[in-house]
Each structure stands twice: as structure tokens, then as C-alpha cells.
Design a protein around this ligand. Sequence first.
Ligand SMILES: *[C@@H]1O[C@H](CO)[C@@H](O)[C@H](O)[C@H]1NC(C)=O
Ligand SMILES: *[C@@H]1O[C@H](CO)[C@@H](O)[C@H](O)[C@H]1NC(C)=O
Ligand SMILES: *[C@@H]1O[C@H](CO)[C@@H](O)[C@H](O)[C@H]1NC(C)=O
Ligand SMILES: *[C@@H]1O[C@H](CO)[C@@H](O)[C@H](O)[C@H]1NC(C)=O
Ligand SMILES: *[C@@H]1O[C@H](CO)[C@@H](O)[C@H](O)[C@H]1NC(C)=O
Ligand SMILES: *[C@@H]1O[C@H](CO)[C@@H](O)[C@H](O)[C@H]1NC(C)=O
Ligand SMILES: *[C@@H]1O[C@H](CO)[C@@H](O)[C@H](O)[C@H]1NC(C)=O
Ligand SMILES: *[C@@H]1O[C@H](CO)[C@@H](O)[C@H](O)[C@H]1NC(C)=O
Length: 382
Amino acid sequence: MDTDEKLWRRLSSASKDAESNEWLLKQQQKARRQKIIIATIGLAILGAIVAVIVLHYLHPNSPIYPTGSGSNGGNSTDNGNSPSSGNPSKSNNNTIIPDKSLIHSFYGIGYTPLNTQFPSCGATLANITEDIKILSQLTSRIRLYGQDCQQADMVLQAIRNLKVNMSVILTIWVDSNMTTYKRQYDSFFNTLKTYGADGNIDSVSVGNEVLFRKEISSSDLFARMADVRSKVKAMGFKDIKVSTSDLGSNYDSSMIKASDTLLANIHPFFAGVPAEQGSNWTFKYFNDNIVVPGMGKPAIISEVGWPTQNGTLNASIASVPNLQTFMDDFVCEANRRKVPYYFFEAYDEPWKIITGSEMECHWGLMTVNRELKVKIPNCPID
Ligand SMILES: *[C@@H]1O[C@H](CO)[C@@H](O)[C@H](O)[C@H]1NC(C)=O
Ligand SMILES: *[C@@H]1O[C@H](CO)[C@@H](O)[C@H](O)[C@H]1NC(C)=O
Ligand SMILES: *[C@@H]1O[C@H](CO)[C@@H](O)[C@H](O)[C@H]1NC(C)=O
Ligand SMILES: *[C@@H]1O[C@H](CO)[C@@H](O)[C@H](O)[C@H]1NC(C)=O
Ligand SMILES: *[C@@H]1O[C@H](CO)[C@@H](O)[C@H](O)[C@H]1NC(C)=O
Ligand SMILES: *[C@@H]1O[C@H](CO)[C@@H](O)[C@H](O)[C@H]1NC(C)=O
Ligand SMILES: *[C@@H]1O[C@H](CO)[C@@H](O)[C@H](O)[C@H]1NC(C)=O
Ligand SMILES: *[C@@H]1O[C@H](CO)[C@@H](O)[C@H](O)[C@H]1NC(C)=O
């Protein structure tokens, strides 16, 4: 465990020095962690416990800002939607054509619009509107992962234009760089000013998997959450919840106290659970580790899903049939049990290819061209 911890620290400080390699380092760090774990199993029961814990929480699918620039697609062409160009322009096609293959069966879905990896911004309101036309037929709730490239403004503008009943969890992306934080923070409060009164902002997550990545200390994170909360309240938005999202394993009592809602990313795939058991495993894990210790706070599975292609860490078997199996078992049962969740994720994210980890590009219900990979379960929910 010591060695592991040192390795982690060395790699994370290296990543500060070479931010553009951060993702790669994260991957190497994971691969090494795994090797260390395997060696430890042979040595002691403690080693086995560590291995189980780490295997359960190794989890590389978090989006990367700002280092994950979309070098394979993002061109900062001026389309009127550059981060500093003020309000997004209007999209002129706001007609939703109902699609029979889309069923409103998901409590929530995670979504990262294409071409929103700062500084390679390129997303357009027209494109985001097309995404929302589809997502609004699948769910009433979406979760974003950052503020860059005006993604939050464009998503909320699309919801406004389409007049769909959708709420959004926004994210102020947090890494160890204060410049990133300031950019994301200012952008969030601008979004709140412009769109807050529409009532579609459900909550804001201050960071995603910040503690898992050891980007900043927990006390720093909790202080930022408290600061964001007081500013949101001061602006009159009493109902907007302020939280963070992290792996279920990071929910200790201080984290629970600091959060309005408990957003836990739970991944049976990274726990090495077979797809057929993924659903049961997820409910049990969520209940034991989040709901039971949760001091009565609302608990939400903020990510759960299954990849359709292998990558650097084949903890379980990635495939389209396994995504279908997991989704069929999980979605309708979660709806029946009234367990709130955000399915990870709407669309594949091909820009993650730069990480050399193909698996992380392929968690979408749909391809990047908005083609469904799976048959949507039939258990409609509000
Ligand atoms: C970006 O724009 C330049 C100039 O218009 C073009 O040559 C290049 O191919 C574009 N790159 C991408 C990834 O679209
Ligand atoms: C509007 O967008 C829909 C797809 O969302 C498309 O089917 C339709 O043809 C578009 N209408 C116009 C006038 O471009
Ligand atoms: C718009 O979406 C299409 C997929 O339908 C994609 O090919 C295109 O690159 C996107 N454009 C931008 C600027 O994001
Ligand atoms: C909007 O969706 C929420 C669920 O997110 C539901 O409770 C509410 O009744 C809906 N409102 C309308 C006007 O359909
Ligand atoms: C922080 O990010 C900014 C760009 O967002 C970059 O210019 C700066 O070099 C970064 N600082 C560190 C210490 O990496
Ligand atoms: C999941 O749990 C239920 C009971 O809660 C059980 O009936 C079912 O067989 C389990 N499924 C699998 C694949 O283990
Ligand atoms: C992923 O790897 C597993 C074995 O580790 C294999 O069974 C499965 O077919 C692979 N999936 C894909 C999509 O290649
Ligand atoms: C994971 O699976 C892919 C494709 O199936 C394979 O290329 C890769 O080497 C595997 N990775 C590991 C660490 O086993």
C-alpha cells in the first residue's frame, strides 16, 4: 500500500508538471497499480483486500478538462460559440420528430457534447440541439461534466428552445490548476445568471472524481463546495443543490456532511463483475456504501454503464451484447425500485482516443453519429 501511495503521488505531481500528459500518466498509474495489487494478493490477506477495493474503484472514464483537447476533431473555428462570445446563437430547427426506437425509460443520462474539450471548442448550438432532441425522448435529466466551450449555456438554450421538460446537473470541473477552476467557476455563475430562472438547473457538482484522482485535498474541495453553495444561495437559487461526484468508496462521513446530495459513480465493469451480475452488484454496492451511511441525504448513482469496446483495463468483458444485458437488467429494475441514476453515457466520445484507451471512447448508448447501439428497455419513467 505504501509503495502504491508513493507511486501515486509521484505520478500525480509529474502530471502537474506536464499537464498535457496527465491522462496518459493516469492510465500508466492505473496499470502499475494493478500490477502492484496482483503481487500483493500473493503476500497477504490484506493484499487481497486492497486488490478488491482497488479493482472495484479503478475507474478511468472521467472526462478530461482541459487536457483532453479534441485533437482529432476540435477546431476552434469561430462559429459564434467560442467560450468568450457571449450568449449562444439561436438554432433555427427546433422541431422534434418522434422516433419510435427511443423510449423515455431512463431516470437520467450522462452527456458530454462533442467538441467541448477546452481549448479545442467547436460545439454548435445546432448540434447540441440535435442531441437534446434525442435525449429528451429518453430521459428528463441529464448530467454535464464541465462548463468549457459554453456547453452548459448551449444545452440550457436548446432545452429552452425545444420547450422540453429536462433538468440538468452542471459541473464545475476541478483539477489541480486554479486557472481551470476560475474559468469553470466564472462560467458556471454566468450560466446561472442567464438560465437559472428557467428552473432547469437541478444541481451543480463541484468536480468529478477529484478525490479519486487526488487533484486537491478533501478539505479544499469541501471549502469550494461551501463557497459555491453560499454564492448560489445569495443569488436566490435556494433549490439548486451543491455536491461533488466521486467513486462510492470516497463517501466518508465528512464527504457526506459536505454534500447536499450524494453523487456516486458506481461501475460494475471496473469491479470485474460479469455483465449478468452487474445490476444486482450495483444495487447492493449503492445501498451498502452510500444509502446506509448517507445520513438520510438523497443518494444518486451519478454514473453507471457498460463499455462496448475493450481498453487499457479489461476488468470485465466489454461488448454491445453485454451493454444490452446490463442495461436490460438494471434500468427497469432501478425504475421499479425508485433508485435514481444517470446512465453513462449518451454518446461515444471519440476524442478520448488520444489517451490510447479505446474503451473510454465507447460507453455510449449511441455512436458519435447518434446511431443507437442497443435496443432501449421499455419501462417509461417521468
Ligand atoms: C482545422 O482547420 C484547419 C484550417 O481551416 C484545417 O486545415 C484542419 O484540417 C482543421 N482540423 C480539423 C481537425 O478539422
Ligand atoms: C429539423 O431537424 C430534424 C431532425 O431533428 C430533421 O429531420 C428535419 O428535416 C429538420 N428540418 C429542417 C427544416 O431542416
Ligand atoms: C456535429 O455533429 C456531427 C454528428 O452528427 C459531427 O460529425 C460534427 O463533427 C459535429 N460538428 C461539430 C462542430 O461539433
Ligand atoms: C417535468 O419532469 C419532472 C420530472 O423530472 C416531473 O416531476 C414534472 O411533473 C414534469 N413537469 C411537466 C410540466 O411535465
Ligand atoms: C493551468 O492551465 C492553464 C490553461 O488553462 C495553463 O496555461 C497553465 O499553464 C496551467 N498551469 C499549470 C501550473 O499547469
Ligand atoms: C439478482 O437478485 C435477485 C434477487 O434480488 C435474484 O432473484 C436474481 O436471480 C439475481 N440475479 C442474478 C443474475 O444473480
Ligand atoms: C474484450 O475482451 C474480452 C476478453 O478479455 C473478450 O472476450 C471480448 O470479446 C472483448 N470485447 C471486444 C469488443 O473485443
Ligand atoms: C484488452 O483488450 C484489448 C482488445 O480486446 C486488447 O488489445 C488489450 O491488450 C487488452 N488489454 C489488456 C491489459 O489485457
